[in-house]
Design a protein. Structure first.
Length: 362
């Protein structure tokens, strides 16, 4: 049964009607009046009306309800069975997903208690596609700082995100981690997510599993970004990650991305290892992988379009990588050697000095 939603337009009564097992979901009079009210009211400067959004929400509710209604001669789906989302509903919800990136639409959804509806549907739905879309909508809403904080204050949303990180559906995981990253990037909502991760028994293990096993490039990228945010802000969580399994998983993900030429996706990898080396005793775990690390840096430098000097927005990555590699070489007592990495870094810093000289003249 879906939650008791509070709204002046009769949503609560409509949901109650849908939840009664012996009754067809007939809209109450209040709902009919609400449709008339919404019909001519557009949301901000968009071409979409409040009525259209209202109908999308109701279709999502009906889709979830219909998962548990068997057609004549058919059995109800089992707990493990995947339910396909109706194509028409999918298309409309995808449009709403896109529109949720608009501030007016996002705030209207929040005002209309859409988050409560989504969370209840997500908790019961057997349709991975429906769950993916609804989390994607929440992720777009979270782009706006005030909504990021409002969503993060919903304890049930945080619990839902932590639980879903233990899942195996790649599109859903991608949207969950994008939602996490968006909220972790907001100073006000950041502490709430860090606390949720602390309280979760499975979050870090779920993330480790993704790094070890996923071959989805976008999923690996956002997973590393989430880890970078978390480890950079929370020393205790950073210390928890100092173990062979975690370090192996991080290197596995980075090696795969590098092999696919996704060098731009590795910024978070270099920074989070730099943070772990600085904040913890992770050096002893990274040292045996130093040769692989230097190979990854060579590949990264070769993959930069502005070689020998990377684009300015990659300088942070370069700084983290060079600091980390230098620290490891010092730890092993290695002498500076004229190898590929040394030669490339020498060219890079020569180009940087030349640029600095030109700037000084100007």
């Amino acid at each position: 049964c879906l939650p008791q939603l509070t709204s002046a337009v009769g949503v609560k009564e409509f949901v109650f009607a849908m939840c009664e097992p012996e009754r067809n979901p007939s809209p109450p009079p209040e709902f009919v009046e609400a449709e008339k009210t919404f019909e001519a009211v557009r949301i901000g400067d968009t071409v979409f009306s409040q009525r259209w959004v209202f109908q999308c929400l109701l279709k999502a509710i009906k889709a979830a309800e219909n998962e548990n209604i068997s057609r004549e001669g058919e059995e109800l789906p089992s707990e493990e069975e995947v339910v396909e989302l109706d194509r028409e509903i999918e298309e409309e919800l995808c449009t709403l997903w896109d529109m949720a990136a608009n501030s007016d639409v996002a705030h209207f959804l929040h005002e209309f208690k859409a988050v409560e509806i989504f969370l209840q549907i997500i908790s019961t739905s057997k349709s991975p596609r429906l769950v993916e879309i609804l989390i994607g909508i929440l992720g777009n809403m979270a782009v706006f700082p005030d909504l990021s904080l409002a969503l993060s204050q919903e304890e049930s949303l945080l619990q839902m995100a932590m639980q879903l990180l233990g899942g195996t559906d790649t599109p859903t995981l991608l949207q969950v981690l994008r939602l996490c990253h968006t909220c972790l990037s907001n100073e006000e909502s950041l502490p709430l997510w860090l606390q949720a991760i602390h309280s979760s028994d499975s979050c870090l293990s779920g993330i480790t599993f993704i790094l070890e096993n996923s071959i989805n490039e976008e999923l690996l990228k956002v997973t590393l970004q989430v880890l970078d945010c978390v480890l950079d802000e929370d020393a205790e969580l950073c210390a928890l990650c100092v173990n062979e399994n975690f370090i192996d998983a991080v290197f596995t993900a980075a090696s795969y991305l590098s092999s696919r030429g996704k060098y731009d996706f590795l910024g978070a990898f270099w920074h989070l290892l730099h943070v772990m080396d600085f904040e913890t005793d992770a050096k002893k775990l990274i040292l045996p992988r130093n040769e692989k690390l230097e190979s990854l840096l060579v590949d990264w430098l070769q993959g930069q379009e502005g070689s020998p000097l990377p684009a300015r927005d990659h300088w942070r990555t370069l700084g983290s990588a060079v600091t980390l590699v230098s620290s490891l070489r010092q730890a092993t007592g290695s002498q500076v050697k004229d190898d590929d990495l040394y030669g490339m870094l020498k060219e890079t810093f020569s180009a940087l000095q030349e640029m600095a000289g030109r700037s000084a003249v100007i």
